[in-house]
Write a protein that binds this ligand. Structure first.
Ligand code: NAD
Length: 350
């Protein structure tokens, strides 16, 4: 059984759904913060091969008990506070979960790993899911590779950078078989509507202003969430222990270009004119310390593991816009936080 932490979030949920579809046995762990939503993993939760634990990754005793009870063969750590703006408003929860929580999770993983028989130990992996934001901001050219210097600029990026260093240290100091992936910006269904793409889709559809930070010329390298999840599975199966793999779609777009594409797509789905949505764009004061450009050099995972993204941005954004327009119930539940009050007990197993 594979432990997946942060499994009720955007990427963890996509990974859980993909793994469940492949028939894998899963121990899904989530603290269910505002960003965690059990409705995103309804399908895996219905399977007899899945268990869910409402648990903080920082609760070492409960994590260790789960690892032992379910005989886990590895851990994929998605659990994190993930929103840059929130980290600027208040960094504390980012330190608590992303740094201290990861260290405590590593501690539980190491205790468990040391108890395993040699054969099971050989197969065990701790895969830490991280971000390209740890490398800071790029100028007009170049791309982040696995050897780029860490230069995190936001409290979120700093907390993820610290967690990456601890994961690396647990390998070098204690021999825990770890892997780290640093991925570019993800998009796709089930992303919490505070993030750029879902926020713009939902605001456009509701005729609300589309707030764009500064000049909107910040560049991000977008990747569909299912391509990220396929990459994580490959790294888990065939990645070299102790190594870092950068994952990116090679689709560089400015934020303003993304918003324009969303307006066109929402217009197409609504039989309206793109101009009706484009006029909703409002430039607002830029985010403090806003990184200008991210780009990923993903040669290593492409050459070593044969990974390539399946989705182009135009096919992915089309599917994503449709999904948000057709899934009002999910959006309403997430925004109201109603799911956190719904029959949690029926999922709890720990
Ligand atoms: P998300 O905010 O959608 O989900 C995070 C999940 O973690 C939520 O379900 C939340 O309830 C859970 N969680 C938070 N604190 C927890 C704790 N202490 N214990 C257990 N669970 C906890 O985030 P996401 O976008 O799915 O990102 C997942 C991971 O991928 C993060 O580590 C993030 O840094 C990384 N990442 C994200 C992106 C992106 O574009 N979204 C890109 C690269 C890397």
């Amino acid at each position: 059984m594979l432990m997946v932490t942060g499994a009720a979030g955007f990427i963890g949920g996509a990974f859980a759904r993909m793994e469940a579809d492949m028939g894998r046995r899963l121990c899904l762990v989530d603290k269910l913060t505002y960003a965690g939503n059990l409705q995103s993993i309804e399908k895996p939760l219905r399977l007899a091969t899945t268990v869910f634990a409402h648990c903080d990754i920082g609760d070492q005793a409960q994590i260790l008990q789960l690892l032992r009870t379910h005989g886990c063969t590895g851990i994929v750590n998605f659990a994190a506070e993930s929103h840059v703006d929130r980290s600027i408003d208040c960094p504390d929860p980012f330190v608590d979960t992303n740094v201290s929580g990861t260290v405590r999770l590593l501690g539980a993983a190491l205790s468990y790993y040391r108890e395993l028989e040699p054969n099971t130990q050989n197969a065990f992996r701790f895969l830490h899911v991280s971000t390209d934001e740890v490398y800071g901001s790029l100028g007009a050219s170049g791309a982040f590779s696995e050897t780029s210097q860490y230069a995190p600029n936001s409290p979120y990026a700093a907390s993820k950078a610290a967690s990456d260093h601890f994961v690396r240290a647990y390998h070098h100091t204690y021999g825990l078989p770890v892997l780290i992936t640093n991925c570019s910006n993800n998009y796709g269904p089930y992303q919490f509507p505070e993030k750029l793409i879902p926020l713009m889709i939902l605001n456009a559809a509701a005729g609300k202003p589309l707030p764009v930070y500064g000049d909107g010329k910040q560049i991000r390298d977008w990747l569909h969430v299912t391509d990220h999840c396929r990459a994580i599975r490959l790294v888990l199966d065939r990645g070299r222990i102790g190594e870092v793999y950068n994952i990116g779609g090679g689709t560089e777009l400015t934020n303003l270009e993304v918003v324009h594409l969303i307006c066109q797509q929402v217009a197409e789905c609504s039989n309206a004119r793109a101009a009706d949505y484009l006029r909703l764009i409002q430039h607002v004061t830029d985010r403090p310390g806003h990184d200008r450009r991210y780009a990923i050099d993903s040669q290593k995972i492409r050459m070593e593991l044969g990974w390539t993204p399946d989705q182009t941005f135009s096919s992915g954004i089309c599917e994503t816009v449709r999904w948000y327009l057709e899934n009002n119930a999910w959006v309403d539940a997430v925004r109201s936080g109603a799911y956190r009050r719904l029959g949690l007990a029926s999922f709890a197993v720990s």
